[in-house]
Ligand binder design. Structure first.
Ligand SMILES: [Zn+2]
Length: 398
């Protein structure tokens, strides 16, 4: 059965691709046509299921490129995770996936769960038993013994263990290999966020093994040395990309490394918490300035960006507040149309899914939103969701 959706405007995804008085035609899980309303109406079957939205915009579903379904957005996520058995954890992960979907996020990229449970959630969505977002997942992230997030099950010690872990993650069905290139704040027992956990040689090995398995690499990196090493190794995305000075204080934004990222097509996902205003108060004025300045600086140099929030890891980053995270880009000075492009087409391309999701165009997955109002004049319109489709299925809204 075909579905015909008309609206005041269709935002196809890329900046400048807008269709006033437009429509989208869907067959099953795929968009078959998009364009001016009258033209699409003519192309539709007489019995197509029709919905009209005259004060609304249709846009591609939003993409959160950095989440952790296994973390519960609590005050003590690590302790809570470790106190949760697998079956309870699976139910929590399914619930958080559904929460993301209801907020308009039709694709999440999970960059680290416990022991690969996320692949069961993904499989339930793919079987149609769980109405969830499209899930791309890493499984257990590679980290040194007792390194950052070691309790997720991805500890590796030496080249053979690295190869073995990547093979196992690939066999579990990983869509991406995640490596904790620097320390992180969740694991006080690991090295500091500013320091490297893996050298260039190990990161190169990880990239090579991942490529052999046909997979991209996402590297968690806060310190400048780890960002430089990950870039040299040729990873696909750098997560956080905080540019903390390694072995010192403050920040160290290196133009030469950022230029190398541009040349190699290494993308940055700053993964700032959705409640970034509150987060900026906690980290203090100097780090708060860096949150804004590094985004502007990377963008000015042409570093490709993708959107993500590290959802799950704290109470400041939930699964239902992605629009709040996008408001950071508005605060930094990005035009609204560009922000929507980043969160749809740009992120889809950045995670290797640019031919499947992130656009309203024939042949693309029927993952879309209908929102009331005009998100190009006020991003808050993205909260006025009237319809969400995931692979052509209607999502019940709260
Ligand atoms: Zn993360």
């Amino acid at each position: 059965m075909q579905r015909l959706i008309t609206a005041r405007e269709v935002l196809a995804g890329p900046v400048g691709q807008r269709i006033k008085d437009g429509a989208v035609l869907i067959d099953g899980d795929t968009i078959t046509a998009a364009g001016p309303r009258e033209e699409i109406e003519r192309a539709a079957d007489d019995d197509a299921l029709r919905s009209d939205h005259p004060r609304h915009a249709i846009l591609p579903g939003l993409i959160n490129c950095h989440v952790h379904l296994a973390f519960n957005c609590g005050q003590h996520v690590v302790d809570e995770l470790r106190a949760t058995d697998d079956s309870a954890l699976l139910l929590g992960m399914a619930g958080r996936a559904q929460q993301a979907l209801a907020s308009g996020v039709t694709t999440v990229r999970d960059l680290g769960d416990r022991d690969g449970l996320v692949f069961q959630v993904r499989a339930a969505v793919e079987r149609g038993e769980l109405l969830g977002p499209r899930i791309l997942a890493a499984g257990p992230p590679l980290t040194p013994p007792l390194g950052h997030c070691w309790f997720l099950g991805g500890e590796v010690d030496g080249p053979e263990a690295i190869r073995e872990r990547i093979r196992r993650n690939a066999a579990l069905g990983a869509d991406v290999i995640k490596v904790m290139a620097s320390g992180g704040s969740l694991t006080p027992e690991s090295v500091s966020m500013r320091e490297e956990q893996f050298g260039v040689a190990e990161l190169k090995l990880i990239v090579r093994e991942a490529r052999d398995a046909g997979l991209p690499v996402a590297a968690h990196a806060h310190g400048s040395d780890s960002i430089a090493a990950a870039t040299e190794a040729g990873v696909d995305t750098i997560e956080h990309c905080t540019w903390m000075r390694t072995g010192g204080e403050g920040h160290d934004r290196r133009d030469d490394v950022a230029r190398a990222m541009v040349e190699r097509g290494v993308r940055a996902c700053v993964a700032t918490p959705a409640k970034w205003r509150e987060f900026m108060q906690v980290i203090g004025p100097a780090s708060a300035r860096n949150v804004v300045q590094r985004l502007r600086w990377m963008d000015d140099l042409g570093v490709p960006l993708i959107t993500g929030t590290d959802a799950g890891v704290s109470h400041r980053s939930g699964f239902g507040d992605f629009v709040e995270a996008l408001e950071l880009y508005e605060h930094v000075g990005f035009p609204l149309e560009r922000i929507i492009e980043l969160a749809t087409t740009g992120s889809a391309t950045g995670i290797g899914q640019g031919d499947r999701i992130g656009r309203i165009a024939p042949g693309y997955a029927a993952d879309l939103l209908v929102v009331e109002g005009d998100p190009l004049s006020d991003l808050a319109a993205l909260r006025e969701i009237r319809l969400v489709l995931t692979a052509g299925r209607v999502v019940p809204l709260p």
